[in-house]
Design a protein around this ligand. Structure first.
Ligand code: LIP
Length: 286
């Protein structure tokens, strides 16, 4: 819809403005606060950038809703309704940001009737603007993106993440997954430290697949549509339909590769993004 194109262009413009704030802070020492674990970090810049983005969007589109990583961390309810909703991660890769490891991204997805209409992933240090609008292809800095189309798992370079979990079950599951994929064998495994950028590597053809357990909807909602529009496949970790709230995902250059990863990897228990963590028991995935 042309209306959503205008929203997407606006999203890219405000992401470019936010880049200056992130880059300035990137070069300097930061005050770091903890969230769910000793490896789940937040800085004043994450909070500031999210506020900047949301207040700019709210001014232009006062009826739109938001799901923002730092707003949810501050206690706001995470709810995806049918209303036009912006799903925002102001700095994806906060651990990278704190350490000055040069992969940090602003991730912005936009959903209407719970369907993603566009996604923007701005890798700010590299100055690479990835974007895709439903049915209109995927691009990086206006250059079209295409996945490799690779169907043979033994020829694949696979990206994943070791997230913020540090309990034995999660660590054991993540390392066993890596071991089982390497045993197939795949050609290599990589982790960049930002789910959004990891996943767009599949769209660029730089990687053939990506899987992750434990990330949140704001980390991958934008990248998912970018991968799909570049010709890739996005599934839940068990091989079923992609569900951005499940905190489990596979993105791949082809269905055979996605399904082979689904057969090989297992999930550790996670609480869905749309569930109240105080009421639910974490799902075991598969
Ligand atoms: C982080 C991701 C990282 C992943 C973590 C976390 P943040 O997001 O992008 O790659 O492993 O689970 O979700 O906290 O930097 O926005």
């Amino acid at each position: 819809m042309a209306e959503w194109t205008e929203c997407m262009n606006f999203g890219m413009a405000i992401a470019r403005e936010a880049r200056e704030v992130i880059l300035e802070a990137f070069r300097n020492k930061k005050d770091v606060m903890l969230k769910s674990s000793l490896a789940d970090l937040v800085t004043e810049t994450d909070q500031r950038v999210e506020k900047m983005l949301i207040s700019s969007i709210r001014q232009k589109y006062p009826t739109h809703k938001f799901i923002g990583e730092e707003s949810v961390a501050a206690g706001e309810k995470l709810e995806l309704t049918d209303a036009p909703t912006w799903i925002i991660d102001p700095i994806d890769g906060t651990v990278n940001f704190v350490h000055r490891f040069p992969f940090v991204a602003i991730s912005i997805a936009f959903a209407v009737n719970k369907q993603t209409e566009f996604g923007i992933v701005y890798s700010v240090v590299e100055d690479k603007m990835y974007r895709a609008q439903r049915g209109r292809g995927a691009f990086v800095n206006d250059v079209p993106l295409q996945t490799t189309g690779q169907e043979d798992i033994t020829k694949c370079l696979v990206v994943t993440e070791i997230g913020a979990e540090r309990d034995d079950l999660s660590l054991c599951t993540m390392t066993t997954n890596i071991m089982n994929l390497l045993r197939i064998p795949i050609q290599g495994i990589r982790a960049v430290g930002t789910a959004a950028v990891d996943m767009v590597f599949v769209a660029t053809g730089g990687a053939d697949a990506y899987y992750h357990i434990g990330m949140h909807c704001w980390d991958i909602a934008a990248s998912a549509i970018i991968v799909q529009e570049a010709g890739g496949v996005v599934l839940d970790l068990d091989g079923n339909t992609f569900d951005m709230m499940s905190r489990k995902v596979i993105a791949a250059s082809s269905m055979p590769v996605a399904l082979r990863i689904a057969q090989t990897v297992r999930a550790f228990p996670v609480v869905r993004d749309d569930e109240d963590p105080n009421k639910s028991t974490a799902s075991n995935g598969q």
